[in-house]
Each structure stands twice: as structure tokens, then as C-alpha cells.
Design a protein around this ligand. Structure first.
Ligand SMILES: *Cc1c(COP(=O)(O)O)cnc(C)c1O
Length: 361
């Protein structure tokens, strides 16, 4: 067996230790005589797995008691619809558009009501985060929406917008548990787990109790009401039990490593290795304004498409996988999620330096 360094943006690398635990419990979970995949979602074992996962996530994120934790399906893209369907009382919301994912969220919300794009960085291909400190918030906005880490464009919002008291909704898919966040500042904070937390198929929604309405937009299906899942502890229908179990193992791994403040230190240090190299390189360049650079997703280019392609192919051969940038940005992108070991970043930077030397000879 030889595991590669996988820089995929998602689904992405998982901690080897977690995969080994899952492997050892694959045929028989504890003393159940069966795999987690084979269990009824009404069984005590699954109930315990869900309870334990929620408890550990609450510890990791310091989630206040007046927030519910929901384990849902349908991926991030379903949240783009669920959020307006559940929260648009006045049929209006303010969106801050800083990249592909907030752009998609805003476009979906337009199906349901008025969407005001109150800030955007589209003018420079989403390579920065606009100043969010004194935005004009719409009087009738039901919420203000952000994507806190733009996976494709590689930016992070480090200073939350002043929402003038309006509910803040944040998509944290690609920075989930990568650093501490103050949950109290948000009404809804959510993420698909396949970037930084677990296998595709689970979306975690953390929502303040008073935002779980009985009355939602007309024609909202039962499955798309937060209340359905909140009232049934994420067991209204069959949840993705096995995937939640893996998320639970990842939570335990993170707790053992020291939680999100420790992860922030590690992630910052890992990203710095790559950014420092990019800033000193004569052929590779980062594409994002320095102050807004993501610690999770690092896009970079050579400025020459053929050279990019040559580099991607050579890196792939060297076991540095999935380094190709998103088709909308081109170039390269290295995702440095929690489970990417620092050795992977060193291997990448060394490989880039060698490639550069060969080129400049
Ligand atoms: C991947 C991603 C999504 C979409 O997730 P799907 O599960 O593929 O629908 C949404 N937001 C962000 C920030 C993402 O990285």
C-alpha cells in the first residue's frame, strides 16, 4: 500500500488514523456482530453514534445550548435553497458575493425572493474580500449571507460583516473545524462535510432555536424544513449513518489533537510554508490578495497554461495528487485541510522548487 498526498478540494483527504479505526470496525462495530453500514437507524448503536458525534462537535465548536445541530443530506447545494425557504419571512435577503459558492447561493435564493448583492469582488475575479465593515444592510432583509471560505477562489472572510443586528448565515464547508469560530455571532452556520470533516453525503447545520420556524415559505417540502429535522433529532428519515459515524471519528481525532485552536496553529503554519514559497518563486504566483488568503485552499498559477499543465502532470507522477485548479480559475490549487500532514506541504514545496530550478536553468 502507498498512500499519496491528496490535495483535492473535496471529497478530500481524511486522517489515516480515522480510516484505520473504521477499517478495524468494518466487519463488526463494538460487540454488535455487524457493520455500522448494516444497522437500523432506529438501533441503540446508531442513536449513540449520533449523540456522541453531536456532543463532540458541541465541544469542538463550543456550541451554545440554544443552537441545534442537524445532520442532513443533499449536500451544500441543497442548503442554498433550504436557507431562503426557511428564513425568508419578508422574502428578501442580503448576499455578499466573494466567489463561486456565494454566487451560486445568491442565484438559488433568487428563486424564492429578492436578493440584494450588497458587496461583491467579481470585479477582480474574486481574488479578494471587499471591506465588509460598513455595508448598507437592507431594512427588510431576513438575513445576511456569506461564504466564509471560498473553496474555488481561495479567499477567507476574516472580519465578519456588521449586519446591523440582522441574522448572519455562513457557509463554512471548506473551513469547518479548521479554526475556532464564535458560533454566537451567527444565526445559521453550516457546511458539507466532504471538504474538511468526513465523507460526502452529510451536511451539518448549526441553527439558533428561534430561527427554526413552523411557518416557512409555501410548498416547502417536509424534508426541506429545518423544523422536521430539529424535532426528530436528525432521525426523521434514514440519515447517512455510516458517514456520520466517520465524522464522529474525525471529531474524536480533532479532540485528541487539541481542538480547533490547535488546528488553527497547525493550519496557519502549513499554509505559511506554501505562501512563503509562492512569494519567493520566480515562476509560481498566488492569485489572492495577501490579507485575504485562505489557509485551506491555495490557488496559484505560472501565468502560462502549458507550463501549468506540465507541472500538474509532473506533480501527479510524483504522488502529489489533485493539484489542478478549478476550471473557472485555471492553474493549480492545493487544499491543505486538517488531515493534510505538514510532510505533504513540504513535499509539494520541494517539488515546486525543483521544478522551478529545472525551468530556470
Ligand atoms: C463544495 C462546496 C459547496 C457545495 O457542496 P455540495 O455538497 O457539492 O453541494 C458549497 N459551499 C462550499 C464553500 C463548498 O466548498
Amino acid at each position: 500500500m502507498s498512500r499519496v498526498f491528496n490535495f483535492s478540494a473535496g471529497p478530500a483527504v481524511l486522517p489515516e488514523e480515522v480510516l484505520r479505526t473504521a477499517q478495524s470496525e468494518m466487519l463488526e462495530y463494538k460487540n454488535s456482530g455487524m457493520s455500522v453500514m448494516e444497522m437500523s437507524h432506529r438501533s441503540k448503536d446508531i442513536e449513540d453514534i449520533l449523540d456522541e458525534a453531536e456532543k463532540d462537535l458541541r465541544t469542538l465548536m463550543n456550541i451554545p445550548d440554544n443552537y441545534k445541530v442537524l445532520f442532513l443530506q443533499g449536500g451544500g447545494c441543497t442548503q442554498f435553497a433550504m436557507i431562503p425557504m426557511n428564513l425568508m419571512k419578508n422574502k428578501a435577503a442580503d448576499y455578499i458575493v466573494t466567489g463561486q459558492w456565494s454566487k451560486k447561493a445568491a442565484a438559488e435564493a433568487k428563486i424564492f425572493g429578492i436578493v440584494n448583492e450588497i458587496a461583491s469582488s467579481a470585479d477582480k475575479n474574486f481574488s479578494y474580500v471587499p471591506d465588509l465593515s460598513s455595508l448598507k444592510i437592507s431594512d427588510n432583509a431576513d438575513y445576511v449571507y456569506i461564504c466564509q471560505n471560498e473553496t474555488v477562489h481561495g479567499t477567507t472572510i476574516r472580519n465578519l460583516p456588521d449586519t446591523k443586528g440582522k441574522v448572519l448565515v455562513s457557509d463554512i464547508s471548506s473551513m469547518f473545524l479548521s479554526e475556532p469560530l464564535d458560533v454566537k455571532k451567527y444565526g445559521v452556520i453550516w457546511g458539507g462535510v466532504q471538504k474538511n470533516v468526513g465523507p460526502a453525503g452529510v451536511t451539518i447545520v448549526i441553527i439558533r432555536d428561534d430561527l427554526i420556524y413552523d411557518e416557512v415559505l409555501p410548498f416547502t417540502p417536509t424534508m426541506l424544513k429545518y423544523k422536521t429535522h430539529a424535532d426528530n433529532k436528525s432521525l426523521y428519515n434514514t440519515p447517512p449513518c455510516y458517514n456520520i459515524y466517520i465524522c464522529g471519528l474525525v471529531f474524536k481525532w480533532l479532540l485528541k489533537l487539541g481542538g480547533t485552536s490547535e488546528m488553527k496553529k497547525i493550519n496557519e503554519a502549513k499554509a505559511k510554508i506554501l505562501y512563503d514559497y509562492l512569494d519567493s518563486s520566480k515562476i509560481f504566483h498566488g492569485t489572492v490578495e495577501k490579507k485575504d488568503r485562505s489557509f485551506m485552499n491555495v490557488p496559484f498559477v505560472t501565468g502560462n497554461k502549458e507550463l501549468d499543465a506540465e507541472f500538474i502532470a509532473a506533480a501527479d507522477k510524483a504522488g502529489l495528487k489533485n493539484i489542478k485548479g478549478h476550471r473557472s480559475v485555471g492553474g493549480m490549487r492545493a487544499s491543505l485541510y486538517n488531515a493534510m500532514p505538514v510532510e505533504g506541504v513540504h513535499a509539494l514545496v520541494n517539488f515546486m522548487a525543483d521544478f522551478e530550478k529545472g525551468r530556470l536553468k
